[in-house]
Design a protein around this ligand. Sequence first.
Ligand code: ADP
Ligand code: MG
Length: 644
Amino acid sequence: MALIEITGLGRSFTAGDQEVTVLDGVDLSIEAGEMVAIIGQSGSGKSTLMNILGCLDRPSRGSYRFDGQDVAAMSDLELAELRRDHFGFIFQRYQLMPDLDAVGNVEIPAIYRGDPRRARRQRARKLLTRLGLGDRLGNRPGALSGGQQQRVSVARALINGGEVILADEPTGALDTQSSAELMALLRELHAEGHTVIIVTHDPTIAASADRVVEISDGAITKDTRKGPAPEPRRISKTPPTGTGIGASLDRFREATRMALWSMAAHKLRSFLTMLGIIIGITSVVSMVALGNGSQQKVLENITNIGTSTIDIRPGTGFGDRRPNRVQTLVGSDADALEGQPFAASVSPEVSTTANVIHGATTASAQLKGVSSGYFQLGAYSLIEGATFTQADVETRAQVAVLDEDAADTFFANENPIGQRVLIGRIPLQVIGVVKSSGTSFGPQSIRIFTPWSTAMVRITGGETVDSISVQVPDDYDMEQAEQEITRILTRRHGTVDFFLTNTDTIRETIQSTSKTLTYLISAIAVISLVVGGIGVMNIMLVSVTERTREIGIRKAVGARRSDITEQFLIEAVLVCLVGGALGVALAFGFGALMGVISPDTRLVYSVGTIGAAFASAMMIGVVFGYLPARSAARLDPVVALTRE
Ligand code: ADP
Ligand code: MG
């Protein structure tokens, strides 16, 4: 049986609602090692026949047996392997990849066969050198003449053995000299044992073949042979040199390399694809860093205050707007708690607005009666003099500590320490000046601090206090202390008209608030990532359309569906990963910028977030790259090749 056996073959296309029959009742058998020219006028169906011979297209009717196997029964994968291992295509317009150099173009079929890089590149160089392109190995097609490009495509057809060489109008775009050279080359290959099938409309080209098959209107009209039918002879196939895991790994590496090539060759497209991912990742990483940073900062401030303080306030909670009307927290409540085992110290706090006079200056100030420990809490730092002591509290000493604003108001040009201010008719001696250590928002009244006992007994004369702070000894359980306080005060008041806070509850509140914020920010970030992913998918889909010809070439030289899917998926994932890396870099840049603009802001980058950002970038690549990859892989090779 002949190598190629075609009987009753037909091919029809549906154009609109019409069926066009291009080939009908074609019988043809070609022996291994023959050199055949198929000649006919333009439109007679030569290319259609050639595409069927090369398994780029399937017949509508009739049978095609290659080497005894029925091609119609073969799966897509088997056809791809048949093309890859037995056929070598030469096209009229060369069909080379513009971004790859000569060696890169020639080695493609061998990549899909899984040959190791070194071996196949060496073979590619040898073939190119043999075809007279030894000094053009690194040139891209754009830097080669037509004849040279066609020789590159001959080398590509030969790299996997090229048992059957199919050339569709190979000289169609070449000048006379290059045409003659190419035909000599094809004859030489025929002499070496390759089966050569040439399609042409030019009788002089056809004349160099041993056998000429004429085709007209989709049917064979004449089949002439110079001399007797040759003995079938097959060349020994170049066996694949790589198999198994190593070969798949190599193919994966090759696909990655190709993806990088194509990204580098289309920088703007790649960048636009990445943009969504970059924005998404930047916002996730910096927002989470910002959230973590501010949370950490607030928590540190609380830690400075210390954990062993319980504050008692009137009302039912911070949201209660009645505390001024709930007049139940009184100085004697503090006395009742004093001396209890859970109370290392008890200090009420009162606050009132008072007219303060010094010399000719009168100003309204906020007068705060506090304990001696108040200034150790970290909200204020001493800048001059001293703060008052426990002894001052016990003796209701008439001393005052001013805040900076108060000091400026009353003692613009003199040292305030040792001076006197009058609250109503009560004189207080200034012993110190403090400065608020936090940042304050909006205008604030000037402040004067005095021992709480002095404020209650000598100034307000009132009974109610704004709050009572209880310092719990370090070895006393906070919860138990809270229970004791609640028990004692409930017995005194007859009802629970007060509430307790300690720094732990504040810490918890802040942590849960910032957790909510983190979720919110993460949700926003996830949305922008999804939007970015859809962007990736869109551009990948467009790029599939734009790259149909590339896909067609790859399929013609033996790429399987899985090879194409792999390539496009790797591209999508790489785009997303590079986008992710740029996003992380940008987030750090944002952090550096924030450090300059607002040094108080703290950003805490977490390895977890960055890891998650990369993982999601990769996921997006896989998820949104899958559809374009699949539609690329499913493209019909003929359709892809002929689409412009
Ligand atoms: P040749 O290569 O001999 O010039 P082709 O084989 O390319 O001719 O085409 C033969 C005829 O089949 C032409 O009339 C062409 O319009 C038609 N044809 C080829 N491919 C298709 C297709 N995919 N759909 C419809 N008509 C087609
Ligand atoms: Mg044609």
